[in-house]
Write a protein that binds this ligand. Structure first.
Ligand SMILES: Nc1ncnc2c1ncn2[C@@H]1O[C@H](COP(=O)(O)OP(=O)(O)OP(=O)(O)O)[C@@H](O)[C@H]1O
Length: 879
């Protein structure tokens, strides 16, 4: 098939992109199914194009408007190929110049990172690589060991990629792929298997980052090399052209990072809430950054706390100085706001999409560095902090020479297009200066032509102007057309005037057009050279960008500390966690918050937290984790004072509601997460367990919680906070040396429950679930009946707890041994006190036993269970 539509189909057959945008003159056109799809997604009009007797749907957008349409399509997960048109000797030809995908979209303007990820499965784990084409960032990591899969998920959660390239082996692992898909919103793209081949991948990696870098950063596994190589090949193949801005290969320095699994990042609502909203997350609450690069870095810090005390104290010193020097801090934030995003400029310059305005913004931003350094050094408080060191990191002279070079090249306020001149400053290029001079002279000649002509011919209503159809012309009012000389050639008659031209004017016009053309051409060429200079300095720009982002984050942390009365925590290499009057950083924003103390040390390393529902147990535990985490990004913390033994990991196990939506058993998830914690946590970790064991039958739950506590206490020895409704567990405090009990106090003096939100020593003796049921509007008869049942149960429990003296009617939990005695091992006694054989049972007793063995504890709601137990008791008592 020939013709435009045929060409479209040929090109489409050559690409695996979902949609093809093909340039036809001033438009990008979509045909056939693509036209229907794009029209539907973007609300475009569909027309029909005839070709070879058939008619095809067609939709198009003007060339200059492609970007927003492209961005919208890609953000919806489509991969769009763009075929550009170029001139050939005898017409036009088109070829695909790039494929825009979620992970290679350059036109991003918001603050978010946009990672493209690759995951390669190997025998002993996974290799991972992540690249952000908009900033040139490139990270590699690996996930190995027994919990490799959890580590993999944690990394995916941390980078939150928009597009993932699964390696060839992974493609066959349906179950894992499904989990990955559930964990990210990424588009999964099948990139050619060859690009994952180890030899090829290694070559690419060396080519990109240099042999030495690849050797020195210590990429641990071949799978990681494969993942990194595949990303490089994908970025190259999609034609986004940013490879030269990827200058630094980053690995996680193991030993310094704090383990923070995906579940914990989510539970602590670091960058989004459990519901997936940004608002209400820790990031959203503490973010006062002035730049998008700053916000990206703050998000990175929060998901990547550190252990290095030196680094943390360095950050703390800067935050403290910035907190104290309020005026300078505001000045710094003022200077930073409105600056260009240098990391993104480097990428856009490398891809050739940066325009003169982008570069101009970059120049201004580079100029800020000496200004900031000056401001910081001349202030005593700031000068004594780590800030001067931060700002001195990029080579000052190189920055200034690049800035000066670019500044001399561009005008102060360039236009947003690079094809229409007006970009390059005078004095930068001799040839251009000459053209501009001649151009301006020709323009001056035309500007003064009206005066000359008026004088020469004595005509008063004469003007010289230009429009698209007529070019330059002389216009004379009808009343004076008689005075027009002979050489005037009429080109148009209007209602009240006539338009003329003269040979000199025609000649000037031709000259102006010629000069304009060469000026535009030359300015574009010069600008492209300048853009290449920018691109060649990608590394320098990125380092200045990072330094400014870091200053922004430190100032933001200082602002939040000052506004919310946070304090500088004392950091120690390991050991106790002591918090005086601590608060929850997010909850304190919206509530009259009641501060609480916490101490976890060598004498008391494990706290069991009890208290009524909704009293504040979760808040108390999360605030401990968040205070530790904030301290380990170098921030101040919401507390009167805090002493923090640096942790190597924060592990949480908190409600699993969201997993339910993904169709996994809550209990299974709970146990997988518990297993992960028991495997991974160390003596230097902080563990938060909320209601572990709740997802199964009571006795199973208590047993698991009991055993996990013993293991964490005896073997792992991690600092642990454990909230539970199982009061049985509180007696662990008597048995295990370093386990203590605290509870959240309530006031019942008025007959109602008032939440005091205060943490007190010792366990609670009861649960307030019924009160919450009442608050929630459960019908009065049910609430009343629950109270009766509870009373009875309490009496029974007192009997059970003594472990004898009464009639055990059901399995009892022996607090002394931590084991269960069941009805089966301890048959009921007969009325005379002697043990009755199975044959000596009454009908009622047998019926009760049958009922017990048939009852499915997992499937019976607790209230019904209690009622059933009571019914049995009644039957046995009547017996
Ligand atoms: N120290 C505090 N000061 C003020 N308000 C608080 C405090 N702690 C908790 N709250 C408020 O109490 C509410 C319930 O707290 P939280 O969810 O921590 O209770 P919980 O005991 O874990 O509940 P459940 O056992 O039902 O899970 C929170 O939404 C919070 O607004």
């Amino acid at each position: 098939m020939t013709g435009i539509v045929g060409e479209f189909f040929d090109l489409k057959a050559d690409t695996d992109a979902d949609i093809l945008a093909m340039q036809v003159g001033d438009f990008y056109e979509f045909f056939d199914d693509d036209a229907e799809l794009v029209a539907e997604e973007l609300d475009l009009k569909v027309s029909q194009k005839s070709s070879h007797g058939s008619s095809y749907p067609m939709a198009g957008v003007p060339v200059e408007d492609l970007t927003p349409y492209l961005t919208a399509l890609v953000e919806r997960g489509y991969r769009v190929a763009v075929a550009d048109q170029h001139e050939t000797g005898d017409g036009h030809a088109r070829e695909i110049t790039r494929v825009v995908t979620p992970g290679t979209l350059l036109e991003r303007t918001d603050a978010d990172s946009q990672y493209l990820g690759a995951v390669v499965a190997a025998e002993d784990g996974y290799g991972l690589a992540f690249a952000d084409v908009t900033t040139g960032r490139f990270h590699v990591s690996s996930a190995a060991g027994e919990d490799a899969e959890d580590r993999l998920l944690a990394e995916l959660y941390r980078f939150d990629p928009v597009e993932v390239l699964p390696g060839p082996e992974l493609r066959a692992e349906d179950a894992l792929l499904e989990r990955l898909r559930n964990r990210t919103d990424a588009t999964f793209t099948l990139h050619t298997a060859e690009s994952f081949a180890p030899g090829r991948a290694r070559r690419r990696l060396r080519q990109q980052f240099g042999e030495e870098t690849v050797g020195s950063v210590g990429i641990e596994t071949e799978a990681t090399v494969q993942a990194a190589g595949a990303i490089l090949s994908y970025v190259e193949e999609t034609g986004v052209g940013v490879l030269s801005s990827m200058t630094r290969l980053q690995t996680r320095s193991s030993g310094d990072h704090v383990a923070l699994d995906g579940t914990t990042q989510r539970n602590l609502e670091l960058t989004e809430t459990m519901q997936g909203d940004r608002s209400g997350s820790l990031l959203d609450t503490i973010d006062h950054t002035a730049t998008s690069a700053g916000r990206r870095l703050l998000s990175e810090w929060l998901t990547q706390p550190r252990q290095s005390i030196d680094e943390l104290q360095r950050r703390q010193s800067a935050v403290q100085a910035l907190a104290e020097a309020a005026i300078e801090r505001e000045r710094i934030q003022d200077l930073l706001s409105g600056t260009g995003d240098l990391e993104r400029l480097a990428s856009r310059a490398a891809s050739g999409s940066a325009d003169a305005r982008d570069v101009r913004a970059g120049i201004e931003t580079l100029g800020l560095l000496p200004e900031l350094l000056d401001l910081v050094e001349t202030n005593e408080t700031l000068g004594g902090s780590a800030l001067p060191d931060v700002l001195s990191r990029p080579d000052r002279e190189r920055v200034e020479s690049l800035r000066a070079e670019l500044d001399a090249a561009l005008v102060d306020d360039p236009p947003g297009t690079i094809t229409e001149g007006g970009i390059i400053a005078r004095g930068y290029d001799d040839e251009l200066d000459e053209i501009i001079e001649s151009h301006e002279e020709a323009l001056r000649w035309i500007e003064t032509l009206d005066e000359r002509e008026k004088r020469r011919h004595g005509i008063t209503h004469l003007t010289v102007d230009r429009n698209k159809t007529d070019g330059y012309y002389i216009q004379v009012g009808n009343s004076e057309t008689d005075a027009v000389p002979e050489e005037y050639e009429r080109i148009k008659s209007l209602k009240n005037s006539e338009r003329y031209t003269i040979p000199e004017l025609d000649e000037r016009e031709r000259e102006i057009l010629r000069l304009e053309e060469s000026r535009h051409e030359l300015e574009r060429e010069l600008f492209e050279e300048i853009r290449e200079t920018v691109s060649a300095h990608a590394e320098l720009l990125q380092s200045v960008g990072r330094v400014l982002a870091e200053t922004d984050v430190l100032a933001s942390l200082a602002t939040h500390a000052v506004r919310n009365d946070w304090s500088r925590p004392t950091l120690r290499p390991s050991g106790p966690l002591r918090i005086e009057a601590g608060r929850h950083p997010v909850v304190e924003q919206t509530t009259e918050f009641v501060p609480n103390d916490l101490a976890l040390d060598d004498d008391r390393q494990f706290l069991i937290v009890t208290g009524p529902n909704m009293s504040g147990k979760s808040t108390y535990m999360r605030q401990a984790a968040l205070i530790t985490l904030l301290a380990q990004i170098g921030s101040f913390v919401p507390a009167r004072s805090a002493e923090i033994g640096v942790v190597d990991g924060i592990y949480t196990r908190v409600g699993a509601l969201d997993e339910l939506a993904q169709g996994r058993s809550t209990f299974m998830v709970e146990m997988q997460e518990l297993s992960n914690i028991l495997h991974s946590a160390t003596e230097d970790s902080l563990v938060i367990l909320d209601e572990v064991g709740r997802g199964t039958a009571t006795y199973d739950g208590i047993s698991i919680a009991w055993a996990a506590t013993e293991y964490l206490h005896n073997t792992v020895r991690a600092k642990t906070l454990f909230a539970t409704h199982y009061h049985e567990l509180t007696s662990l405090g008597d048995h295990l040396e370093r386990v203590g009990n605290v509870h959240v106090a309530v006031d019942e003096s008025s007959g109602d429950v008032t939440f005091l939100r205060t943490i007190r020593e010792g366990p609670t003796d009861r649960s307030y679930g019924i009160h919450v049921a009442d608050l929630a509007g459960v019908p009065e008869p049910v609430v009343e009946r629950s109270r009766e049942v509870l009373e009875r149960l309490r009496e029974e429990k007192a009997i059970e707890a003594r472990g004898g003296g009464g009639e055990p009617v059901q399995a009892v939990f022996d607090l002394g041994s931590g084991e269960f005695a069941t009805a089966g091992t301890e048959p009921p006694r007969s009325a005379d006190g002697s043990r009755a054989g199975a044959s000596g049972l009454s009908d009622d007793q047998r019926a009760v036993l049958d009922a017990i063995s048939e009852l499915d504890v997992n499937e019976t709601p607790p209230v019904e269970l209690l009622a059933t137990v009571q019914e049995w008791q009644d039957r046995l008592q009547d017996d």
